[in-house]
Design a protein around this ligand. Structure first.
Ligand SMILES: [Zn+2]
Length: 130
């Protein structure tokens, strides 16, 4: 492969590196990196799910919360968690980052079953006689 055949690949690699450098050297955090936003969004979706008795909306609220929090925890290793307008924590130490990442799914699962607004029904449960 000569240099002219490698040029498109080199250009793509430089573009990816530039985007990564731009993303990691921001002076100010983007709005959605405020951890208060997913928490408020989660509360809003939970309230909506209880008003409309929607199990799917309730599940979506937990999925959105898990997606945001796992990303914020990862980003928190560099700048801490940002709870606007209250402020930020210090950067998360590595052991806390790993612990939170490992326990987050279990914690959210446990919390989601503490407050299930949708009525549970045994109508669609199939019992198997062994
Ligand atoms: Zn981020």
């Amino acid at each position: 492969m000569n240099i002219n055949e490698k040029k498109p690949m080199i250009i793509v690699i430089r573009m990816v590196k530039n985007v990564k450098d731009d993303a990691t050297h921001l002076e100010k955090r983007p709005f959605l990196h405020c951890t208060t936003v997913p928490i408020v969004l989660w509360i809003f979706l939970i309230l909506l799910s209880s008003v409309f008795h929607s199990l799917k909306l309730q599940q979506a609220s937990w999925i959105v919360l898990a997606a945001f929090l796992s990303h914020h925890i990862r980003d928190g290793t560099r700048r801490g968690l940002w709870f606007c307008p209250f402020g930020s924590t210090r950067p998360l130490p590595y052991y806390l980052y790993v612990s939170l990442c490992m326990s987050l799914p279990y914690l959210l699962y446990w919390l989601s079953y503490q407050h299930t607004f949708a009525e549970s029904s045994s109508d669609n449960v199939t019992l198997i006689d062994i």
